[in-house]
Design a protein around this ligand. Structure first.
Ligand code: ATP
Ligand code: MG
Length: 411
């Protein structure tokens, strides 16, 4: 450890990048709270089982990407790679089954051992929602509408496509799986090694493969839509009709399966072509089997998560903070007064930049750099007369204002 640098795939976030991420999370919270979602914070690590058993033992996350470690007590723990398993674990551990539906949102760091590239980190941030206890299409519609409104509020809806598919219920999945395996076996030699291994364990996963050779085979695979039973078809049609009613545009993508085992019925992704191969900014779906898999009873669930870094990379403009007022003391003996005035202004709700050192000229440069809107200058004359000089930094105009009237003047 002789290098002073962060671990590969991790970043220090500050300045414009951090401001944008904060805006993404705040906007998300504001939107989903209108739909009755409340924030939950679960631990950043869980027993390894929580993820290993529930995300599927052939998923990329479980096979390659998890940060697992043994703690000093010999427990196998894992830094959370995603949010849903932890939230459902919390739902079950805290016996929340009595108060359905449950609507939670969360945000925070996730960890995956992946090859770092633009929009793909080893520590990244997700903002996500989970709705537990509703098994009707209305929940799917509302949850997708909420995602759409979120991106709209960020000014990104024009750059993003809603892609949607249905995996159907268990019966449909099984019937599709049979057809798919049959097809893939005919193309066995063309598949990647990973996919050969998955062929019997989890063939659906092959549809989600990022390997070029797999993609070529998948191109002509049987379509999911042809395997949906009547119930699943109706469910999907209801979801699409609901989206139509709300004016939400989408594209049915028959190849969309999502990488985790727990999905059923509706799956969706919001994608952009602006981030290269990392084009999925938000993804989710229905997970009706997950709660019971964790021993929490037969309770339906649906949710989504977005990549906060990916979304903030799409925000072109820096986030505008309110412009500050600069308080500028001229001469040693005015320091106390300047600090007192800065304090009063802050209590009155203004953002105040109070420069600590330097002559008047240096401090004016700093004030302009901070994009201050007005400078409040206090020299010895002002000190004597209980006034300040108020300078508009845009127009250059300046005037003398008595200290008691300063706040009123600035408002
Ligand atoms: P991808 O196909 O890009 O690997 P994924 O299917 O693994 O994505 P999810 O598990 O659905 O991703 O996570 C939801 C969202 O979180 C993604 O759509 C993406 O925006 C973001 N995300 C996932 N992995 C990373 C990562 N390593 N770095 C940054 N953002 C990520
Ligand atoms: Mg991934």
């Amino acid at each position: 450890m002789d290098k002073v640098q962060s671990v590969r795939g991790t970043y220090d976030l500050y300045g414009a990048a951090k401001r944008k991420m904060k805006k993404v999370v705040y906007t998300g919270a504001e939107v989903v709270e209108k739909y009755g979602f409340e924030e939950i914070e679960t631990p950043i690590f869980e027993f390894t089982e929580v993820f290993a058993r529930n995300l599927g033992d052939t998923s990329d996350i479980v096979t390659k990407e998890m940060y697992c470690f043994e703690d000093k007590g010999g427990e196998s723990l894992t830094l959370r790679p995603e949010g849903t398993a932890g939230v459902v674990r919390a739902f079950v551990s805290n016996g929340m089954q009595q108060n359905l539906p449950i609507k939670f949102y969360y945000s925070g760091p996730m960890f995956r051992y992946e090859r770092p590239q633009k929009g793909r980190q080893r520590q990244f941030t997700q903002f996500g929602v989970e709705l537990l206890g509703v098994d009707t299409p209305q929940a799917d519609i509302e949850v997708i509408a909420m995602a759409y409104e979120f991106l709209e509020k960020l000014g990104l809806s024009g750059q993003v496509t809603v892609e949607i598919n249905s995996l159907g219920d268990e019966e449909s999945r099984n019937s599709y799986r049979t057809k798919l395996v049959e097809y893939l076996q005919e193309h066995y030699d063309e598949l990647s090694e990973d996919s050969k291994n998955r062929l019997l364990k989890n063939p659906l996963r092959i549809l989600d493969s990022k390997e070029e050779c797999d993609k070529a085979v998948v191109e002509n695979a049987p379509l999911y839509a042809d395997s949906l039973n009547t119930t699943s078809q109706k469910f999907f049609a209801d979801v699409l009709r609901g989206l139509d009613n709300l004016g939400i545009k989408y594209r049915v993508n028959n190849r969309l399966v999502r990488g985790l085992d727990y999905y059923s019925h509706t799956v969706f992704e919001l994608t952009t072509d602006k981030l290269g191969a990392q084009g999925t900014v938000l993804a989710g779906g229905r997970y009706n089997g997950l709660v019971s898999q964790m021993g929490g009873g037969d309770i339906a669930g649906i949710g989504w998560a977005c990549g906060v870094e990916r979304l903030s990379m799409l925000l072109e403009e820096d986030v505008n903070l309110p412009r500050p007022i600069a308080v500028i003391p001229v001469g040693e003996d005015t320091n106390d007064k300047a600090l007192e005035i800065a304090h009063q202004l802050r209590l009155a709700g203004f953002r105040v930049e109070h420069s600590y050192t330097g002559n008047m000229k240096k401090r004016m440069i700093k004030a302009n750099k901070a994009n201050a809107i007005q400078a409040v200058i206090i020299g010895s004359d002002e000190l004597l007369n209980d006034t300040v000089t108020l300078k508009n930094l845009d127009s250059g105009e300046q005037k003398t204002v008595s200290q008691v009237n300063l706040i009123k003047e600035l408002q």
